[in-house]
Design a protein around this ligand. Sequence first.
Ligand SMILES: Cc1cc2nc3c(=O)[nH]c(=O)nc-3n(C[C@H](O)[C@H](O)[C@H](O)COP(=O)(O)OP(=O)(O)OC[C@H]3O[C@@H](n4cnc5c(N)ncnc54)[C@H](O)[C@@H]3O)c2cc1C
Ligand code: SF4
Ligand code: SF4
Length: 939
Amino acid sequence: MPPAPDPVLIRELRATGAAVGVRASDRLAAAHDASHYLLVPQAVVTAHDAEELAATLRAARRAGATVTFRSGGTSLSGQAGTSGVLIDTRQHFRGITVQDDGALVRAQPGATVRAVNAHLLRYGRKLGPDPASEIACTIGGVVANNSSGMCCGTAANTYRTLDSAVLVLPSGTLIDTGAPDADERLHEAEPEIYAGLEQLRDRVRGNPESLRIIAQLYAIKNTMGYGVNSFVDYDRPVDILAHLAIGSEGTLAFVAEARFRTLPVSKHVATGLLIFPDLAAATTALPAIVDGGFAAIELMDATSLRVAQRDPAATPELLALAVENHAALLVEHQQRTAADLAERAAAAERLIATLPLALDAELTTDASTRSQLWSIRRGLYTTVQGNRRSGTTALLEDIAVPVERLFATCTELSRLFDAHGYEDSVIFGHAKDGNIHFMLNEQFDAAQSLERYQAFTEDMVRLVLSRGGTLKAEHGTGRIMAPFVHRQYGDELYAVMRELKALIDPDGLLNPGVLISDDPMAHVQNLKRVQTVEPEVDRCVECGYCEPVCPSRDLTLTPRQRIALRREIASAERAGDLPLLAELRRDYVYDGLQTCAVDGMCGTACPLLINTADLVRRLRGEQQPAALAAGWKFAARHWDGATCAASAALSLVHTVPPALPEAATVAARALLGKENVPRYSAGLPAGGRRRRASARAADVQADAVYFASCMGTMFGPAEPGSGGVSRALSELCARAGVTLTTPDDLPSLCCGTPWKSKGLHGGYEVMKRRVAASLRRASHGGELPVVCDGSSCTEGLQILLEAAGEEGIRVLDAVQFVDEVVLARLPAGEKVTSLTLHPTCSSTRMGLGGSLQRVAEAAATEVIVPDEWGCCGFAGDRGMLHPELTAAATASEVAAVAAAGSAVYASLNRTCELGMARATGKPYRHILEILADTLRASS
Ligand SMILES: Cc1cc2nc3c(=O)[nH]c(=O)nc-3n(C[C@H](O)[C@H](O)[C@H](O)COP(=O)(O)OP(=O)(O)OC[C@H]3O[C@@H](n4cnc5c(N)ncnc54)[C@H](O)[C@@H]3O)c2cc1C
Ligand code: SF4
Ligand code: SF4
């Protein structure tokens, strides 16, 4: 059991009005980030705004506790964890405002880099920092870590592109460094800090050795210690403060907002893989390649190439290579115009001809080859991590040396791997910046392993510092390198850093132990010990990539936290900590299982392709009562009757005042459990019509087999009497001269998702056998495609047929079918002016984005997919079992939908339409219904 939190602290925190999580599961779930450190916070606070955050700082100070900010939790160096108070700065801080036609962007700290870039894309602009973790890392983390990435180098990293920031200092003072009178206001509000910054600035500038070290270390990417180059690059204390906050890892101030100067997006791109006979040849060629002006130059050593050969995306050339000492540089030109790219590519061709390559190479603009090449490079992390021994912790190191010393450093590093017995430790990274990464897999619960790790670290520190390099180039100092800042900067600059911290945070309120530490062993304390638990979770590296796409992220848990808590449960079990075990298991039922939408969106974001829904489905299955399983198995055998009964029940409740059925379901849920009775609400439609098998069933002349979803029977259309998507698809096909047939037993079929998502294997097996046999008959053994009119059912059918070994039968979603077969044969309709579209999780997973967009564009002049789009979490019946899940999942999208104010609203799955209609108050319909309307209107 983690130590009980201090009651005085908790009382103080609660008085601020912020949400305060104190359960063991809240604290243990939040303890895990992407690093190899694990500290359990006393409390997890979710502040609603900057005022509440400032109040939390004051409350913690009064109670004598310390505070750490947590945003995306993708940091690798241990800077985002604490045993004090952890403040979530992501959930309520996601605002983004584009300014000056995209030249500037203001963002709150919880906005992800991907979300900010999505807003900027329509202006042809992007952020400078381009971390590989852009899907999940946030503006707060990017500023606090001075993040960079593959292309931005030192010219367009956070330090160089931040225009201004709104900072909350530990004292509670709020400074907008972009305000015209910001310097005066700092002077007025914080005279001591102002004077102290002036003194430190003059001290640094007056010390030639400090200037020499700064010039040397900031010529390369460098995130060790505080950014003392700010004292040289800026004159006004407020500008120095703004730039010191960059890379300060939450130890100096809270970044409440950041304003960035943006860069143009270069749409014209050419990429090539240059394979050299050895590392010496690759690094010798580097200066000429750097002079060639490439936007990206990524190094992969021989071990990387061997690992890359295991990647399914490996090119035939790479697969054919017998890797010995080879090394490769992945190079890319990015230009704004085709003419500029052609010029660069021609120069590159001349350069490549002079290089001593092991294989012929050329730059390609072909999108699929380019994505294959990048997949090889990006997949290195995944492939090495995916193959690591279960129970080991992954560590990603991040050093930089002057480019001319890269070869010697890499060679020596490889020797150190051998000497310390680290196998498969690939070296890769941003060669043009002399910045390389390497991975170590370590089992921290064995004393021998810890000693090995310490010995390796000591050798590595000595190596990098002797080459004039930095121990952290872009991931931040954190806990892992805090004890080595002194060695890297020497006495004087280290003293400046310590005085800076004491000046701004005299009480040591913010993130102690991070960035600078006098404890020489700080890097080997609080290490994460990974438990071997179960196949679904053991590969997880806790990177956090999956968190932003998860519909339950703001309600209960994220996928990473679901996995982390399974590890904590296993750990409590092994330790025999029965009270903790009982508590964690109890909380996991609602947090982990009931409020997971099992939509699998996590699997789309995870670099290791981990789909947490698989875990949740299995655990749900293990917990289902036998009577419920038997009931659902019976329903699988009598699905026609079951769907008609559900439809009749919905129609019946429409004839009585809504309060009655609402009250009845509330009472039944109280009696039988929330998980067993869907909640009726007034927004639900009446029941739909029973599906009918076509008179032409088994007609071999038809163009496709139509599998109408049973959702259309249970829930009637948004416009009563309109016939819904079923009639729309039939009309569209009739107009296009496309003939549909159906399975002969259609009314009794289902894609099986209701059973699968609840882990009801018996019922699923029954339905699987029936559907597989029926579709084999109807499609004439796969001759005809099967078309389904609800995206989640389309995906469910694909999965079911695959599980039944019927891979020869092609199942298409109705939107894809209309796009591919019907649309070109239709006359132009009278388009609606504007349409807001809600893609679904299943349409996203099936890659239907292009089809959906084209069909929507055929129906509307303007098509809007909100940047804030995400899975609605309705997930069949989950939105009715737990309406709070859909409410939480759609909160950001709802605001964007309201702001767009479109003429019509569409999706492509009946229950998602219900979820979105309930969340937004707008009438969502299937996109094919809207397309059919436009044709009716014009005929
Ligand atoms: C697989 C992988 C690849 C990566 N690739 C790159 C890469 O290419 N380039 C790169 O630079 N980094 C990379 N990183 C590291 C990491 O993603 C970045 O440093 C990222 O910017 C951290 O952002 P975050 O939102 O996750 O912040 P967190 O990890 O939550 O926090 C980072 C630090 O910022 C502080 N903090 C957070 N919010 C605030 C705030 N509002 N005010 C003040 N302090 C705050 C925290 O206390 C902490 O010290 C990678 C990480 C992973 C796991
Ligand atoms: S399946 Fe969906 S709700 Fe469940 S963890 Fe994954 S993304 Fe979250
Ligand atoms: S499930 Fe995948 S994306 Fe999520 S934390 Fe684990 S490894 Fe990362």
